[in-house]
Each structure stands twice: as C-alpha cells, then as structure tokens.
Ligand binder design. Structure first.
Ligand SMILES: Nc1ncnc2c1ncn2[C@@H]1O[C@H](COP(=O)(O)OP(=O)(O)OP(=O)(O)O)[C@@H](O)[C@H]1O
Ligand SMILES: CC(C)(CO)[C@@H](O)C(=O)NCCC(=O)O
Ligand SMILES: [K+]
Length: 259
C-alpha cells in the first residue's frame, strides 16, 4: 500500500492508498523538529486505534517545507523499508512538465494539485487551494502547470491583523451574518470573509480574461466549502485533490519504471 504525505506549512496529512481507495487519513501539525520515531509512534497508534490494516510498501511526499523531508525520508526507510518519491526532486517525474520561468521552483503542492485536477476534469483549469497561503494554479489544456497566483491565507490574514494592531483580538474565520459588523470581532470577520470572496472573484476574472477561454474552477483545502456558500465560481469542491494527485504521480512513476 502507498503512504502519501502532503506536508504544508501548517499541517501535514498522511493518507493510505490500498490500490483502490484511500482507507485512512490523519493530520498532524507540521514541525520540522519531529523525528522519524515520533511520526511512527503517532502513525502506528492511529492505525491500531482505528483498526486500520495497512502494509505500507511505498511512499510519496509533497513538502512545501524543505527541512521536514529529511525526517520523513528516515520514517519511510526505517519503518516501512522503502525509498519515498519526493515531488519536485529530479527522480520524481510528472506526467507533464510545468511551463514557468527558468530557475523558478514551484511549490510541490501546486504541481500535485494540477495533476489531480486535470485527471478529474481535463481541460483548462484554475485550482484554488485554501491553505497557509491561498494559491491559484493555472492548468493548461494538456495538464501542464503554467503559473498562477499566491495570496495570503485566510487564517494568516486574520493573524496579521491581530499581530499588528494592539486592539485587535485573535479571531477565527467564519461567515459573518452581516457585512456591517457592530463589534470588533464581527468587523474583522466581515473584512476577511467578504474581502476573500472579492479576492477569489477578482483573481478568477482576471485569469480568465488573460487566458481568454473557458476555464473550470476547482477548489480544495479546509476552507473551500466555507467560501463556496457565497460564490458560484467553484465548479467543484474536493477535499482529497492533493492526495489524488500524489497517488497519480506515484502510479505514473511506477509505470515509467517498468516501461
Ligand atoms: N469551517 C471552517 N472554519 C474554520 N476553519 C476551518 C473550517 N474548515 C476547515 N478549517 C481549517 O482549515 C484548515 C485545513 O486546511 P488545509 O489542510 O487545506 O490547510 P492548512 O493545513 O491550514 O495549510 P497547509 O496545507 O498550508 O499546511 C484547518 O486549519 C482547519 O482548522
Ligand atoms: C505557496 C505555498 C506556500 C502554498 O502552500 C507553496 O506552494 C510554496 O511554498 N510555493 C513555492 C513558490 C511557488 O509555488 O511559486
Ligand atoms: K494543503
């Protein structure tokens, strides 16, 4: 079975693919100090607690945090006796090469999202991923990642207000009942929530104008369904897009090896 690891700046998600579907998904805060042994204690207890019968034989990693990769590699080597594929490394091939400025390093999560979304929807796409940052990944007709947009993440925007202004508290994102807030928290929630709706619609409009063709919009990440309530732009909201992309990239690399 395949262990797929999606390591973001805030959270790291582990999923197990049994060849047919993902049978388990677990999330842990990203911490570069976490050792391979710590990961394994955590993973194996979850497997036991949830009675997940899994024999991991392969692993694939997408990490937006370069220094966590070392310990994740050790985890795979020591406990699952396998060498993980690491998206973005030369030995990990992608079905279609990205078309971006030479020398630029695209976040592996964005490359993986492009693969996952193109497999499910084909054609020209905009993938919106609400993580630590909110990214818009533009996918060409052939599935290539051709660039996009990086905007501050929703929680990051709220945190920035709290950090920079003495009188602004820590606030969690939510859909405010009204646009006009009548207390500090409601004002902040309105600013971020409705500001974000405007950001999504403005960016998608400009990207479509630039590309001058129909493009589906696929949304993923924890907050996608929250914003889907107030914009009609998303053709689909998919929680498991990154995991689906990781599974496809692993499969593609295995096919290339045996071809
Ligand atoms: N309805 C909601 N209201 C508030 N927060 C939510 C809601 N649904 C999900 N979330 C948050 O979304 C986040 C999960 O999103 P996701 O895994 O896509 O990104 P992340 O882990 O924050 O970022 P990264 O992938 O960059 O590490 C969690 O932090 C979760 O608290
Ligand atoms: C933008 C983030 C942080 C989103 O997770 C990640 O994809 C990343 O670190 N990207 C590197 C820069 C780029 O994608 O162009
Ligand atoms: K993510």
């Amino acid at each position: 079975m395949l262990l797929a690891i999606d390591c973001g700046n805030t959270n790291t998600v582990f999923s197990i693919w049994n060849g047919d579907r993902f049978i388990a998904t677990w999330r842990i805060a990203t911490d570069h100090k976490r050792t391979a042994d710590e990961y394994y204690v955590w993973l194996s207890s979850l497997m036991m607690l949830t009675k997940t019968e899994a024999t991991v034989t392969d692993a694939i990693i997408s990490s937006t945090v370069p220094r966590v990769v070392f310990n994740l590699r050790v985890l795979c080597n020591r406990y699952f006796d396998c060498r993980p594929l690491v998206v973005g490394k030369p030995e990990c091939r992608l079905p279609v090469a990205p078309r971006v400025d030479q020398g630029t390093t695209v976040g592996p999560d964005r490359l993986v999202n492009a693969v996952g979304a193109h497999d499910r929807h084909g054609g020209d796409l905009i993938v919106v991923d609400f993580g630590t940052a909110t990214t818009f990944d533009v996918v060409d007709t052939d599935g290539a990642y051709i660039g996009g947009v990086i905007a501050p993440g929703v929680n990051l925007s709220l945190e920035a207000l709290h950090m920079a202004a003495a009188a602004l508290p820590h606030v969690d994102v939510s859909r405010p009942a009204r646009a006009i807030g009548t207390n500090t928290v409601a004002c902040m929630q309105s600013g971020v929530y409705w500001g974000y709706i405007g950001l999504i619609e403005g960016i998608v409009r400009e990207v479509r104008k630039e590309r001058d063709r129909p493009m589906k919009v696929i949304a993923t990440g924890g907050l996608a369904s929250l914003f889907a309530q107030d914009t009609a732009l998303f053709d689909s909201v998919e929680d498991d897009l990154t995991m689906h992309g990781l599974m496809l990239i692993d499969r593609y690399n295995k096919e290339m090896e045996t071809a």
